[in-house]
Design a protein around this ligand. Structure first.
Ligand SMILES: [Zn+2]
Length: 401
C-alpha cells in the first residue's frame, strides 16, 4: 500500500501505519530495528513511538538478554503493543461462536451456541444480549474505543456494515454493524466469514508474510480468499472469493444458492455431499447409514465421514467425486495465479484419504508448475477460526490502520 498523496499529513499517517504494522508483526522490537527495517530515521521512529506510548497503545520494556544490544552496552528498550483482548463472533449456518483472543490470536475465553434465528430482529436481540453476558462471564471489560468483530457468510459490505446477501433473506439489505452497535454502545465491524478466516491465519500465524496466499474454505458453502502481500483482495463489489459458485460441471445439479447448474458448491459442498448420500441410501446402496435414517436421525457430515473411515465403498466413491472437483478448482487456482501456498480449511479434510485425493488431483492438473510448487496447507480444524478472524479484523481496522 503506497502513501496516500504526497501531503505531509499523508506521509506522516502512512509512516505511523507502517511503524504499527512493523511492531505488530515483529514484536518485540527496538526503535533501532524499526528504523532500519522501514528505512526511516531514528528521530521519526522515536517521535511516533513516544506518541503511541503516551496514548497507551504501546508498551516498552528492557530486553532480558544482550542480543537486542549489538554493541554489548545497555540493552535497548523493546516495544510491543499493550496487551488487549478482542471479541470476535461468527454467525455460521451450524453454530454461533464467540471467542475472546489476545492480540496474537490466543484464546482467552470462548463459547459456542446453536445457529441464530433467521428472523433479523430476534437475531439482533440474541447477539446483543450474549455480548453483554459474555463480558460478564469472561470477566473482561470491552475497550469502548476498539469494538468487536462479526463474521458471517454472504456478500458483506464491510465499509458500510451492510449485509447485501446472506444465509437468510430477512437479513439482506440490513445495516447489521450499526444495528448491533446501537444496542451495545460499541463500534462493530462486519465482514464475510471466510475473508476473516484468511485474515486471521495471516495475522496470527506469525510466519513470515508470504507474497500471495489463497485460503479455501469448504463447509456447506465454499469460498476462496486471496491475500496479496498482507492485503485481503476486496474486488469491486465486495464479492471477491465466491469460487463456490463458479461452474465446474455444466450439466450438474441445480445450486439452491445461485440457481445455476453444477457450480462447485452444488457438487462439493457439505449439503451436496449429504444429498448424494441420502439419494444413495434411498437406492439401497449404503448399508452403514440405513439404520440411522430409519430411526429418524438426520444425516450429518460427521455420520458420512465415520462411514467413509469405516470403509463404506459407496460413501468413499461419493466423497472421492466431491473432493476431485475441489482438487480441479485448487489446480485452477494454482494455474491461474500461482500463489505461494493454498491453505485448505474444511471439516471433510479431517479424513486423510480426502487430503490425499485433493493433493493428487491438484498434481495431475497443474500446468507449468512442478508438484513441489503447488503447496497445500491443510489446516487443523478449529471451530473458532472464523470468530478469531473477526477479532483479527478489529485489530487491522482499529489498531493497525
Ligand atoms: Zn451455486
Amino acid at each position: 500500500m503506497g502513501a496516500k498523496g504526497t501531503s505531509l499529513t499523508g506521509v506522516k499517517a502512512h509512516n505511523r501505519m507502517e511503524i504499527k504494522r512493523m511492531i505488530y508483526f515483529h514484536a518485540p522490537v527496538t526503535r533501532q530495528k524499526i528504523a532500519k527495517e522501514l528505512g526511516l530515521t531514528l528521530p521519526t521512529i522515536t517521535t511516533n513511538v513516544a506518541a503511541m506510548l503516551e496514548e497507551g497503545l504501546l508498551t516498552e520494556f528492557e530486553a532480558q538478554d544482550r542480543a537486542a544490544s549489538p554493541l554489548g552496552g545497555r540493552p535497548s528498550a523493546l516495544i510491543d503493543f499493550r496487551p488487549k483482548s478482542i471479541l470476535g463472533i461468527e454467525l455460521g449456518p451450524y453454530n454461533t461462536l464467540f471467542c475472546l483472543t489476545d492480540l496474537r490470536g490466543k484464546t482467552i475465553y470462548s463459547e459456542a451456541f446453536g445457529p441464530v434465528s433467521r428472523d433479523y430482529e430476534s437475531m439482533l436481540g440474541f447477539i446483543s444480549e450474549r455480548i453483554i453476558a459474555f463480558e460478564r462471564e469472561a470477566s473482561f471489560e470491552q475497550d469502548k474505543a476498539t469494538g468487536i468483530g462479526i463474521g458471517l457468510p454472504g456478500i458483506i459490505d464491510s465499509s458500510t456494515g451492510i449485509v447485501h446477501s446472506s444465509l437468510y433473506s430477512s437479513w439482506n439489505g440490513k445495516p447489521l454493524a450499526k444495528d448491533i452497535s446501537k444496542r451495545i454502545c460499541l463500534p462493530v465491524f462486519i465482514e464475510n466469514n471466510v475473508r476473516l478466516r484468511a485474515l486471521g491465519r495471516e495475522m496470527f500465524s506469525r510466519n513470515e508474510a508470504v507474497g500471495i496466499f489463497a485460503y479455501l474454505y469448504v463447509s456447506r458453502g465454499i469460498a476462496c480468499q486471496l491475500i496479496i502481500k498482507n492485503n485481503l483482495l476486496g474486488g469491486n463489489v465486495s464479492g471477491a472469493g465466491e469460487i463456490g459458485h463458479t461452474t465446474i460441471l455444466p450439466d450438474g445439479p441445480v445450486c439452491p444458492v445461485c440457481g445455476r447448474h453444477g457450480c462447485l458448491e452444488s457438487v462439493s459442498g457439505e449439503g451436496a455431499i449429504i444429498n448424494s448420500v441420502l439419494a444413495a441410501i434411498e437406492r439401497g446402496e449404503v448399508k452403514m447409514l440405513t439404520e440411522l435414517i430409519t430411526h429418524g436421525e438426520s444425516l450429518t457430515i460427521d455420520h458420512i465421514l465415520n462411514a467413509q473411515e469405516n470403509g463404506d465403498i459407496k460413501i468413499g466413491a461419493i466423497m472421492e467425486k466431491a473432493v476431485k472437483f475441489l482438487g480441479l478448482s485448487v489446480a485452477n487456482i494454482f494455474n491461474f495465479i500461482s500463489p505461494d501456498i493454498v491453505a485448505v480449511d474444511g471439516y471433510i479434510f479431517k479424513n486423510k484419504q480426502n487430503r490425499i485425493i485433493l493433493q493428487e488431483t491438484v498434481n495431475k492438473n497443474l500446468y507449468g508448475l512442478r508438484n513441489s510448487e503447488a503447496k497445500i496447507d491443510f489446516l487443523s480444524y478449529d471451530q473458532y477460526s472464523g470468530a478469531k478472524g473477526a477479532a483479527a479484523f478489529v485489530i487491522c481496522r482499529q489498531l493497525l490502520n
